[in-house]
Design a protein. Structure first.
Length: 179
């Protein structure tokens, strides 16, 4: 048996060491992120399933719809303007009637849906095109807002939502009584 070279000894040490190489650490992080994303997509797809009255047969449609919402989210900016937040979202092609907004004390949900169909007949050829565009965003807010005072407007494909902050409650003194 011939003696091992220094290089071979180093390779054996690396192969048997208990610390993972940076490549494996990054791969594990990527796998973990993919698992979280898959769980989130599954939860959203299940919400679609429930909203349809638990009607079977649309599982793939629900999955792809959830996937497209989460992988291609609507760009949004949230600005803090002292007494209110201003949420700006890019929603080209959407009209006010296509957008539904739900405001809670700590969260805002913005959903948009367009279903269009056009048909063009030329002699024997029929041209038919459908466009379906849907987005869903749920955003946790850094402070409580007053949901009853939220306003929204849309102009040139830019949705602006004004979220007035809830008034800060003053500290209340509590009297300590003898037991």
């Amino acid at each position: 048996m011939k003696p091992e070279s220094a290089m071979e000894k180093k390779e054996i040490e690396v192969a048997t060491s208990k610390t993972a190489s940076p490549i494996f650490v990054e791969a594990e992080k990527l796998i973990e992120q993919m698992q979280k994303l898959t769980q989130t997509i599954g939860k959203r797809a299940y919400e679609f399933f429930e909203s349809r009255g638990r009607d079977f047969g649309y599982e793939l449609e629900d999955w792809f719809r959830a996937e497209s919402e989460l992988l291609r989210p609507v760009p949004m900016d949230l600005k803090d303007n002292n007494d209110r937040y201003i949420l700006i979202a890019e929603v080209p092609g959407f009209k006010p009637t296509d957008i539904k907004i739900s405001a809670e004390a700590n969260r805002i949900i913005v959903e948009g849906k367009i279903d269009e169909a056009t048909e063009e007949k030329k002699e024997e050829t029929v041209f038919s095109e459908r466009r379906r565009n849907h987005f869903f965003r749920s955003l946790s807010l850094p402070a409580k807002i007053d949901p009853d005072k939220v306003t929204a407007s849309i102009k040139n494909g830019i949705l602006e939502i004004v979220l007035p902050k809830a008034p800060a409650k003053e500290a209340v003194g509590v009297e300590v009584k003898a037991g």
